[in-house]
Design a protein around this ligand. Structure first.
Ligand SMILES: *[C@@H]1O[C@H](CO)[C@@H](O)[C@H](O)[C@H]1NC(C)=O
Ligand SMILES: *[C@@H]1O[C@H](CO)[C@@H](O)[C@H](O)[C@H]1NC(C)=O
Length: 590
């Protein structure tokens, strides 16, 4: 295995990928000799026009994984980035798909594809098979001048032509109708891609890519799906990149690129396509950026939005934006472009799952989700000295914040270094809450206001532990709330703390001795329950934290991190808690 691929032999790669497809969809079969994926004859439900497509491999799930009910009838694959031969295509049309209602071939505008598919179409016609061909060129990445006679290349917008034609054919439409609607769709598409790097083709020397590779931080705007050059390379950020891409796609005054006029008066379908190497997480962020800019700069709010992996350039680190201007197909109910896009397709590569019915129920505008209104916390009868508690807690939190560098240093040695910052973030959030909170002499309302901050501001394991502990503490306090207002006593605190420890043990196996914050928490609670003295309890916590030095971790991330020098430092979480508690006892004395 090389550093780049699990499968390095390109022939083996393409063949095995094709062979896998029928395993995921029993309605299709693989003719591996001709690299054809096609509907099984017995799986075809009723007579229909066959839709055939294909092209070089490396664009998966296009085209082979789009074969299935409601989409393609057959797909012919070439080697990576190379057109299949006319002979392969001829065999597909003549022998692997139904021909009785005619065949529509949909192909992207690349010289090799147009020639080979074209030749096969002519051969099929000469055999008396009604065959049409639609060539898709949706890419506006390169303008008219540079594109010259060749015209626009085909990229991801092509899948919308496939989908619309496939769904219409499945409804029994005639070849003439399917061809017209496919052409209408192709005529109203604009797409543009951008990539952060060239893709490496398995089996080829990596040097070929390296030669012309983009520099760190550069993006190539308008790059094609076979590493073809785009219009420019520059260092920019996502908002500016999307702005440029949308301008190329939509600017009616750009004579070189104005292929389709799309305005806010049109119904628009947006497809944001992953070129193969962008994480779904990042694609989500990109999609959101595109949606926001379309709304802000063009007043366009697409009525369908597809975001996902539809046509790749191997593991290309890029994405493309496609806009389809929805046109009337003139075919009546059930056969509008939108309904044809929404229609279910049983193809393993088609991932747009939302039906027309669901789309029809979308909210009219993109207004924000209503804010959550939390139920008011019920007051209790446990009273305390608010000013004193606030000042003590402030002292405690400041002591914790001051300990952050130490905690971070310990955690850099035994963990992943974020424990100190996490605690500091939580402490700061509580401090700012204390600043603005309303005065209350109800200890439960006070604890609950802190819980809300901890839950929002602290994440990760320690955030969860603190949140569970504090919630259980609140519960323990409420259970002891007397029938008339009374001051909270050390005994009540002690009992409530015991309850919280018990609750915590339901969710974490950590016990004293495991080198976690429990090594400080347990001694604190136990000591306080017996001594009723916060100073000695805090001291017990500090002793417990010191005791973690040299202790071997059996839980938590420390187990995995196994760095050097862990024997010499205490557990950062236990140390942080001990500092907080020492600060509390110090503050209460004031
Ligand atoms: C777009 O609209 C402009 C202004 O009306 C017009 O000049 C141009 O020809 C149109 N372009 C296309 C591709 O229809
Ligand atoms: C509480 O902790 C203090 C300080 O470590 C210690 O002296 C005392 O004995 C402890 N008390 C109990 C009851 O554990």
């Amino acid at each position: 295995m090389s550093a780049k691929h699990f499968i390095n032999d390109p022939t083996h790669l393409v063949n095995t990928a094709l062979l896998a497809i029928p395993y995921t969809n029993p309605a299709v079969a693989c003719d591996i000799d001709n690299k054809i994926i096609h509907m099984r004859g017995s799986a075809i439900r009723s007579p229909q026009v066959s839709i055939v497509s294909g092209g070089g491999s490396g664009h998966e799930p296009s085209f082979a994984s789009f074969v299935g009910h409601g989409l393609l009838s057959g797909a012919v694959a070439g080697t990576i980035f190379a057109s299949p031969s006319a002979e392969q295509i001829r065999r597909c049309i003549l022998h692997r798909v139904r021909k009785d209602k005619g065949v529509l071939v949909v192909v992207m505008r690349y010289t090799g594809d147009v020639l080979n598919f074209g030749m096969a179409v002519e051969k099929a016609r000469s055999h008396g098979i009604e065959t049409d061909m639609v060539v898709v060129g949706d890419d506006v990445g390169v303008g008219r001048e540079k594109g010259g006679k060749v015209g626009r290349r085909g990229i991801a917008g092509t899948v919308l032509v496939h989908k619309i034609a496939g769904a219409l054919a499945a409804q029994g439409a005639s070849l003439k109708e399917v061809t017209q609607v496919a052409q209408l769709t192709a005529d109203n598409l604009v797409s543009i891609g951008s990539s952060l790097s060239h893709v490496h083709v398995p089996g080829r020397s990596a040097d070929v890519v390296a030669e012309d590779e983009l520099k760190e931080g550069e993006v190539e705007i308008g790059m094609g799906i076979h590493n073809e050059a785009g219009s420019e390379r520059k260092v920019t950020d996502l908002p500016n990149l999307v702005q440029t891409m949308l301008k190329h796609a939509l600017d009616a005054s750009d004579k070189d690129r104005n292929f389709v006029n799309i305005s806010h008066e049109d119904d628009v379908v947006l497809l944001v396509n992953n070129l193969g190497g962008v994480s779904p997480l990042e694609l989500g962020g990109i999609t959101n950026e595109v949606i926001q800019q379309l709304a802000k700069d063009y007043k366009i709010s697409p009525i369908r939005i597809l975001s996902g992996t539809y046509m790749t350039s191997l593991n290309g680190l890029g994405f493309s934006i496609t806009l389809l201007k929805v046109k009337d197909t003139g075919l009546g109910a059930g056969k509008s472009m939108l309904e044809l896009i929404d229609a279910p397709a049983e193809a393993s590569g088609w991932t747009a799952a939302v039906t027309s019915d669901t789309w029809a129920r979308r909210r009219s505008s993109a207004k924000e989700e209503e804010r959550i209104v939390e139920e008011e916390v019920q007051p209790s009868n446990l009273r305390f000295d608010y000013a004193h508690a606030k000042s003590a807690l402030t002292t405690a939190l400041n002591r914790l914040i001051a300990a952050e560098p130490d905690i971070t240093r310990y955690d850099t040695i035994v963990g992943d270094g974020d424990c100190g910052i996490g605690l500091k973030r939580g402490a700061e959030a509580i401090l700012s809450q204390l600043e603005k909170a309303k005065t209350t002499d109800d200890v439960l309302l006070f604890v609950n206001s802190i819980i809300q901050v901890v839950e929002l501001a602290m994440d990760g394991t320690s955030g969860a532990i603190y949140a569970i502990f504090l919630n259980a503490l609140a519960h323990g306090l409420r259970q002891q709330s007397p029938s008339s207002p009374q001051p909270v006593t050390a005994e009540i605190w002690g009992n409530a703390l015991q309850t919280s420890l018990k609750s915590l043990s339901k969710y974490t196996p950590a016990q004293p001795g495991d080198r976690t914050l429990m090594d400080a928490l347990y001694p604190f609670v136990e000591n306080l329950s017996q001594s009723r003295n916060i100073d000695s309890a805090a001291e017990a916590a500090a002793e417990g934290a010191r005791g973690t030095q040299g202790m071997k971790a059996s839980l938590g991330r420390t187990v995995y991190v196994g760095g050097e020098g862990w024997q010499g430092v205490p557990d950062p979480g236990a140390h942080g808690l001990a500092e907080l508690l020492l600060g509390l006892s110090e503050g209460l004395k004031k």
